[in-house]
Design a protein around this ligand. Structure first.
Ligand SMILES: *Cc1c(COP(=O)(O)O)cnc(C)c1O
Length: 473
């Protein structure tokens, strides 16, 4: 490799026009169109100029590069025309991984999106009367079946907005604009990705009234803070952290009793919003939407793409009169969701109505047993050994987590594929796995690459096995 630049080589470079007229490149124009190929040719020429400047190319190397210039342009064009959003294999064992798109959608949800989004639909249209309808009716119908009536016998209404952050914003703005909202200091949370309760509160126009201390807040603390400007008592789920030790938290029942006595609504930002009883999954301390409503909470807000297992959305369920006020708020129009979301959400909710929880990928992953996951991991490990690869694969005990701010202290027992290689560091192995197609995302711990097949779809096991078999070459 020569390190001195040879400026005379710049004269050897063809112009973009010359390139486009050459045989190999003009054939690309026929397939990919002039604009894309022109951009590709410019990018490849710029790269060559840079390599000449930095002395990386001598005359022979440049000639070689120019011989393959059509292929280089084709690769460049293909990269540029490929979507940037790509499928990946999540082998982290974090079921609701925000950076990896949270809950994968069910087949039924995808089918329904395809069915109603490629054509016109009755999104806001009443077929029988031929009149204008409301878009939220499609999921409202199913959620009233799933949630039934609240603790005090009122019917439960639900509206859907862009995400749970939007749900909290809309609810606070509707119920407490210019008024005070009482929140425990132990619940002024930040959820990853810049959702902070005090900031959302400020944007909503509501005034935050902090009570108690970080570790202890009693019902009496809330009561003392109530005055004639108080509009709402707010409880926020402690997603992604736990306070342990010398702690005390007013129970939901106490808050509800206080709220009733003072005729102020109680709202709970549940975050995850499970529609099933999580105890059957071995997860405790995570109230479901129904638990909160039954306990008498007036309004609950929750995400569509966390434990519910559907598309990104924010759901607001609760007292019909309060939800009706939110529907009438002009912010609701700004935060509303489109037909893709309604279609995916409706199909996901139908699985709950049918009690077919296994159809929802996130719930199915939670249900997978350590033995099932272990058997799949053993099969992958065996494949690697038989491939003659130099990497070493073991199957060891480990833990998967729910993620997405649900049950921060609960883990699910699992079996992990632990990969090491004498010639490559664990970080290098993980980098190479990310470079496979589709990219595979794993954990690195104690000098090993750990893959948890709980979050891998069984039909992806084969792709993992072949990526691992080839990774050390
Ligand atoms: C996740 C979470 C949010 C934010 O929900 P998004 O759907 O991501 O907007 C808000 N509050 C709590 C308690 C959460 O766990």
């Amino acid at each position: 490799m020569k390190q001195t630049a040879k400026p005379e080589l710049f004269r050897e470079l063809p112009s973009v026009d010359e390139l486009l007229r050459s045989d190999g490149v003009s054939a690309l124009v026929v397939t990919h169109g002039m604009p894309a190929v022109t951009d590709g040719a410019r990018a490849v020429l710029a790269r060559l100029r840079e390599e000449i400047s930095s002395g990386l190319l001598d005359e022979a190397a440049l000639r070689l590069a120019l011989g393959g210039v059509a292929e280089a342009i084709e690769q460049q064009v293909q990269r540029a025309l490929r979507p940037s959003l790509r499928p990946m294999i999540n082998a982290t064992g974090v079921i609701l991984h925000t950076n990896l798109g949270r809950a994968p959608l069910s087949t039924a949800a995808l089918d329904h999106v395809r069915e109603v989004s490629g054509t016109y639909s009755n999104l806001e249209f009443e077929i029988e009367s031929g009149e204008r309808g409301k878009r939220d009716m499609h999921v409202q119908r199913l959620l009233s079946k799933l949630l039934g009536e609240s603790g005090n016998g009122q019917s439960i209404s639900t509206i859907v907005v862009n995400n749970n952050a939007a749900a909290v914003l809309l609810a606070l703005n509707t119920l407490a604009d210019a008024g005070e909202v009482v929140v425990s200091r132990g619940e002024l949370v930040e959820i990853g990705g810049s959702f902070r309760i005090p900031d959302v509160m400020a944007k909503s126009g509501a005034i935050l009234r902090e009570v108690g201390t970080t570790n202890r807040t009693r019902a009496a603390d809330y009561e003392k803070a109530i005055n004639d400007r108080t509009r709402l008592l707010l409880r926020v789920h402690r997603s992604n952290f736990e306070i342990t030790g010398f702690t005390e938290q007013a129970s939901t029942a106490e808050l509800v009793a206080l709220a009733r006595k003072r005729s102020i609504p109680v709202m709970e930002d549940l975050g995850s919003g499970a529609l099933v009883d999580l105890q059957s999954f071995g997860i405790t301390g995570e109230p479901s939407v129904l638990d909160s409503l039954r306990a008498g909470v007036d309004i609950v807000t929750y995400s569509g793409d966390k434990l519910l297992g559907g598309p990104q959305a924010g759901l607001i369920s609760g007292r019909a009169d309060l939800v009706a006020r939110m529907r009438g708020n002009s912010l609701f129009r700004a935060l509303r969701v489109d037909k893709l979301t309604y279609a995916a959400l409706e199909a996901t909710l139908l699985a709950y109505v049918r009690r077919d929880h296994g159809a929802i990928p996130a719930l199915k992953m939670m249900r997978s047993t350590k033995d099932e996951i272990g058997r799949r991991a053993e099969a992958v490990a065996k494949g690697i050994r038989q491939s003659g690869s130099t990497i070493k694969a073991e199957v060891i005990d480990g833990e998967s987590v729910i993620g997405g701010g649900a049950a921060p202290s609960s883990t699910l027992p699992t079996r992990l594929l632990a990969i090491t290689c004498a010639d490559l560091s664990a970080d290098e192995l993980a980098t190479r796995l990310r470079a496979s197609d589709p990219p595979i995302i794993a954990r690195v711990e104690d000098g090993r690459v750990l893959l948890d097949l709980r979050t891998v779809f069984p039909e992806q096991d084969r792709a993992i096995a072949s990526a691992l078999a080839g990774v050390a070459q």
